[in-house]
Design a protein around this ligand. Structure first.
Ligand SMILES: Cc1cc2nc3c(=O)[nH]c(=O)nc-3n(C[C@H](O)[C@H](O)[C@H](O)COP(=O)(O)O)c2cc1C
Length: 465
């Protein structure tokens, strides 16, 4: 069977995600973002198109780097207002049966115990369809919002994330045995204390001494998404991630990232195919190429350059108001930044000016914008998969939910005709749908497995920490 292309819908709980200004387009429903009807419609559209999952971006900082204030972000609605995506999961799960639902949650602002409990709750309520996009956070604004000083330096943030994961793995994998729930009405017993143990994690950043409050959920550890692409970020992904989300504009940079992360996963003793790679992409599709190009030109008229600059400054930590639009993208090393994004613009195959980046990023962010008929879009998607080693696409949009709907109605049938896209969902949890039946839980080669009590009944790793 030819390699099957996977697709994830990329979203945010805000009126503006990666296409600032497009909320003004008559076909766009972004302003309904604060209604459950909008999100249940999106979930149904994605499931009708047999998307593997939706991934909701998040971050608790406002974009306030441009001109040293949040004004540009506030005026353009550049990811503000922004609501809490965890609270959407149950509603979307309730109207779907198969769609994986990924939510972003940072490791920097709350204890592992409370986050582990919320994800276990969602894993139960979704019947094993929840995913966690693990982020360290990159913004000083977020850090200050929760009473901290500026954000920690870049690499130590990943050390903290490694420790956070040790603690949540111990709670998810090690606190309750599968046999712990007994429900014996005769004896009046619900759970057997012999099969439940306290986690003791005493690390540099976190301390946990507790029994996990949630009984074992279908996946135990939620399906793990990650999107860091720096040197340290790739190590982190190689160790923990099951799906890596890439945001590159070129096939060459994408291919290099995939190869490097897979090699590191092998070095950590994991099977390199236990990580799926998704490339950020926007498809603008219509029945004919001419119609698709007209659509693209129409969307471009709505791009809001100030909104784009607010986002770019926020992500890179560089105040772009200090530069002319025709300057090349500056190469400044920042700690409050997505450092891989600075590299991708400044150390690219060719130098990008700020104006070019706005024009490119203004619709759908950093990934490619593929414009054409269904056959042309399918050709280009297959070329990306063939030339880069990715497994699929993280689909952004110009207008929502129309961008997803066009893809589901025009591109998906074309990919199905070519035999490279599922016609039915696989049964089971999200992990089983992606990796196969019998894989509801993480494999033994994943670091989380070391926190399980072994078959021989040895003490699990964190309990002896
Ligand atoms: C497609 C994509 C989606 C991302 N989504 C988020 C997000 O929702 N929240 C966040 O804080 N960071 C997000 N990031 C940033 C990364 O998670 C990571 O923090 C960032 O890339 C910095 O790490 P790095 O320097 O290792 O790349 C995203 C990155 C990419 C490429």
């Amino acid at each position: 069977m030819p390699k099957q292309i996977q697709v994830n819908g990329f979203a945010i709980f805000s009126p503006v995600h990666l296409s600032p200004g497009l909320w003004r387009h008559p076909d766009d429903r972004s302003l309904d973002f604060d209604t459950l009807d909008y999100w249940t419609d999106v979930a149904r559209i994605l499931e009708a198109g047999k998307f593997d999952s939706i991934f909701i971006a998040d971050g608790i900082g406002i974009h306030d780097v441009y001109a040293g204030t949040a004004d540009a972000a506030l005026r353009s609605g550049a990811q503000i207002p922004k609501l809490d995506p965890m609270l959407l999961v149950s509603a979307m799960a309730h109207v779907t049966e198969h769609l994986g639902i990924g939510v972003t949650a940072p490791v920097s602002y709350e204890p592992p115990f409370t986050l582990a409990r919320r994800f276990s709750t969602l894993d139960h309520l979704t019947k094993g369809r929840v995913a966690w996009n693990i982020v360290t956070g990159y913004s000083n604004a977020a850090s200050r919002a929760v009473g901290r000083d500026n954000i920690m330096p870049h690499d130590p943030r990943y050390d903290l994330a490694d420790e956070f994961l040790d603690a949540v793995y111990a709670l998810w994998e090690g606190s309750w045995d599968d046999e712990a729930i007994v429900v014996d009405p005769i004896k009046g017993v619900i759970a057997d204390p012999h099969h439940i143990r306290k986690v003791h994690h005493h690390g540099a950043h976190f301390k946990v001494d507790a029994i996990h409050l949630a009984h074992p959920s279908p996946q135990r550890t939620p399906f793990l998404f990650q999107a860091g692409a720096s040197n340290r970020g790739k190590d982190f992904a190689a160790r923990h991630a099951e799906a890596v989300f890439l945001g590159e504009h070129s096939k060459a940079r994408t291919a290099a990232n995939v190869a490097e992360t897979r090699a590191r996963a092998r070095a950590f003793g994991r099977d390199e195919h236990d990580i799926r790679f998704y490339a950020l992409t926007t498809a603008i599709v219509a029945e004919t190429r001419v119609a698709a190009e007209a659509k693209y030109r129409d969307y471009q008229r709505y791009i809001d350059p100030k909104g784009s600059l607010a986002l770019l400054s926020g992500w890179t930590g560089i105040d772009l108001s200090r530069y002319s639009l025709d300057d090349p993208f500056p190469t400044v090393k920042k700690d409050n930044a997505v450092t891989s994004m600075i590299d991708s613009f400044s150390r690219s195959e060719r130098p990008w000016t700020i104006r070019e980046i706005i024009e490119h990023n203004g619709i759908g962010g950093r990934g490619p914008v593929i414009v054409g008929s269904p056959a042309e879009v399918a050709d280009e998607l297959q070329a990306w998969v063939g030339e880069t080693g990715i497994d699929g696409f993280n689909l952004s949009y110009a207008v929502t939910p129309g961008g997803y709907q066009d893809f589901a109605e025009l591109v998906v049938p074309e990919l199905q005709r070519r035999g490279v896209y599922k016609t039915e969902y696989a049964p089971g949890t999200l992990r089983e749908k992606v990796f196969g039946t019998g894989r509801a839980r993480l494999p033994l080669s994943h670091p989380a497995a070391s926190f399980r009590p072994s078959a021989a009944g040895r003490t699990p790793k964190a309990a002896s920490a």
